[in-house]
Design a protein around this ligand. Sequence first.
Ligand code: MN
Length: 218
Amino acid sequence: MQLLLWARQHFSNVGNIVDISIAQGRVVVVGDTHGQLADFCWLLRSHGPPTLENVYLINGDVDVFNLLPLATRVNSEVLVLHGGLSRTNSATLAQISAIDRRRPIPVAPVNAEDMLFFDLMWADPRAVDGVGLSAVRGAGCATFGPDITRRFCEINRLRMVIRSHEVPKSLSGVQVQHAGRLVTIFSASSSNLDTTLTSSTISWSPGTAHRSMEEDDT
Ligand SMILES: [Mn+2]
């Protein structure tokens, strides 16, 4: 409870986009864990305890979701956000920074700011160019194609976008799309009679390419 209160206080004073710079050590991005403590314990065991040089970026839904920043920019070149890019097609980091986020996420967005807010939370990538509505999710959730990702990266001088929220079709916990500019990371494992979903993370160290890691690696 104290932790939640501290988090509420802390995140109330943080901007929509948090810049972090990893000069030494690494950053480990964790996707949705769906409250599965065993997965989170596995992550900590695999990657080590959080320190100033072993930074965890939790990109999944958590208890103080409504207060969290909307995105994190790592080393000025990678943007990490929960859902996806906006159907409005030309969103800038300045527009994301200008969103009034200290309110419930709009249920039925009608103006550009609300659509941007909504899509950052709930949009999914698709294989073909353009934007559309998700037949799978319903509820007005949008989809965005590789042209949207490419344009967003160009406008905002980004190398790539990391998102979570969606179970990768490969069930490996990580999926690379849109010519390598968009990576989905999902960290909640599951197994049933039909499928086994592996928990994954992605991490960077300065000067090295990113590295994804699956539970089976350990
Ligand atoms: Mn989610």
